[in-house]
Design a protein around this ligand. Structure first.
Ligand code: NAD
Length: 256
């Protein structure tokens, strides 16, 4: 039961972040949603979670590519018992053609944002006497693929940051872990399908089965509900001694 706890989830107006927010709300946690936009529908998502679960939920705009805005997000939340670093973007190109601006944005959003939010959240967790840091890494935090240099570098980086966070909090009632999803059908993955169809000259179905799920032995996507359930487990008392590790939710990808 997470009632009385507040969870801040970066990049949570869609996909995995929203799925994790919904599962943590079902478990009783108050929710702070985030993205870089400030639209009516962003705030409506928070209102809907509050209505469906009875927890407090709000949406705070902050751009996770900017260190000061990452820090402001946690400060504005005021309390952060559960920090889910989830915001992430992708770009697919061979290294010589990889735009520097994309490299910088991916490192900033997928990696550095977690450093900034953790820097502000950890003192809050210490004050509260309990805390959970959950970094959404990827199977690409443990293995690589061609054309995803920045993403793979950032995700390996966040796995390392997770271990360091765990060691710095090891003697306290705070844990830090990474969740490493394989392919989950979210807008981020959906948007890669056209480029990959072009890259390999394949149909949508062939891209899904033979490219995307090629390395996912289950041949099935993971779901945002499953990732939410994994996050809720890491927040439970059963996970008090689980720290500094990675939980793969990848249909066997990293067993290959
Ligand atoms: P998504 O595109 O649905 O969600 C990404 C979220 O990040 C969105 O809410 C978006 O608004 C937010 N975001 C992007 N740039 C931001 C910025 N500058 N500031 C604040 N928020 C920003 O994608 P998703 O698949 O749900 O991805 C969520 C996380 O899961 C990412 O870190 C991604 O790398 C990781 N992941 C996804 C998969 C997958 O198959 N979908 C697999 C492994 C890891």
């Amino acid at each position: 039961d997470l009632s009385g706890k507040t969870a801040v989830i970066t990049g949570s107006n869609s996909g995995i972040g929203l799925g994790i927010a919904q599962e943590l709300a079902k478990a009783g946690a108050d929710i702070v949603l985030n993205s870089f936009s400030d639209r009516e529908e962003d705030h409506a998502l928070a209102a809907q979670i509050a209505k469906e679960t009875g927890v407090k939920a709000r949406y705070i705009k902050a751009d996770m590519s900017k260190g000061d805005e990452c820090r402001q997000l946690i400060e504005e939340a005021g309390v952060c018992d559960i920090l889910i670093n989830n915001a992430g973007i992708q770009h697919v190109a061979p290294i010589p053609e990889f735009p520097t601006s994309k490299w910088d944005a991916i490192i900033a959003i997928n990696l550095s944002s977690a450093f900034h939010t953790s820097a502000v959240a950890l003192p809050m967790m210490r004050k509260a006497g309990w805390g959970r840091v959950i970094n959404v890494a990827s199977a690409h935090g443990l293995t690589a693929s061609p054309y995803k240099s920045a993403y793979v570098a950032a995700k390996h980086g966040i796995v390392g940051l997770t271990k360091t966070t765990a060691l710095e909090t090891a003697e306290e009632p705070i844990t830090a872990n990474a969740i490493c999803p394989g392919y989950v059908l979210t807008p981020l993955v959906e948007s890669q399908i056209p480029d990959t169809m072009k890259e390999y000259d394949m149909s949508r179905e062939d891209v899904i089965k033979n490219v995307m799920l090629k390395r996912q032995p289950s041949k099935d996507f993971a779901t945002v509900e499953q990732l939410g359930g994994t996050a809720a487990f890491l927040c439970s008392a059963a996970a008090d001694q689980i720290t500094g590790t990675q939980i793969s939710v990848d249909g066997g990808w990293t067993a290959l």
